[in-house]
Design a protein around this ligand. Sequence first.
Ligand code: AMP
Ligand code: TRP
Length: 328
Amino acid sequence: MARVFSGVQPTGNIHIGNYLGALRQFVELQNDNDCIYCVVDMHSITVPQNPKELRQHILDVAALYMAIGLDPEKAILFVQSDVPGHAELSWILTCSSYTGELSRMTQFKEKSRNNESAGMGLFSYPILMAADILLYDTEIVPVGNDQKQHIELCRDIAIRVNNRFENTFVVPEGKYMKSAARVMSLDDPTNKMSKSAENIHSRISLLDEPSKIKKSIMKATTDSEGTIRVDWDEKPGISNLITIYSAFSGIDIPDIEKKYEGCGYGDFKKDLVDVTVEALTPIQERYAEIRKSEELKTALKEGAEKANAIAVPILRRVKKKFGLGVKK
Ligand code: AMP
Ligand code: TRP
């Protein structure tokens, strides 16, 4: 039994990249591990949010967690800002981090490019993420490949503090999917699928209707060669679509390539629409039920209590190591 922690931002549009790259592993891990999954609302306010919408998005993501199969009896599900230790530990870690290492984070560089007034929250975002992880003595962090740099930073900070004060933190490991760890955008397969891209056909959201899924897939960028095979350098578009097909159907990539030998992109895309709709329909049905139930809020409240009970003694240990406070 390992302690597992991960989080997803409540920014709407949870897409198949989030699902295939990260959320899918959350479900697999919950049976044999001690799992904690969080809706990281404090991360989402690194950019301005409409308060009413944010509240709804928090519940949307929590309902999606349950709809994909996370069970509050097996895993702790909660909302980050309901446990005060995240913010508290984040400050302690801020004082053990360097501005140089934070300014090297690619996500920050991308988000702050050409923007002199990029927020401090965006800059220190990876420190709050490190606090999320270290607050629970986490051993394994299942995430998409795009978070690798943040996980490495978290490990560096933990090791740095341990070098000063022995045994303060457990040093966590990232866990990345072997396949579909990085789902690419449908309209520009050289970029990752993103919640915030302007073109809604660049992504498939978990709650998209079949007609929207069809439109997005049929419009997806491919190439002029016309053969269905994976070649990320020359054919990133079709490679991405084949990877999505494989992830949803459970069929290995070489078998898909064989199955579609001699077929055109149009036929393959039509089948991909079916495979995707079939995978998402049961999730959408469960989501609709859970989202309107009272059970959801009760589960989150109980989850926050359980998470807090784990966090409090760990935070006490950390504060003692740093010599903070007088309360025992
Ligand atoms: P976020 O929406 O940024 O909170 O991401 C939630 C999870 O989804 C994280 O573990 C990310 O690494 C993962 N993720 C986000 N975008 C993608 C993508 N295009 N492909 C694979 N995983 C992704
Ligand atoms: N930064 C992650 C993302 O954008 C979300 C996140 C916040 C997270 N805290 C975390 C992921 C802790 C894993 C562990 O996807």
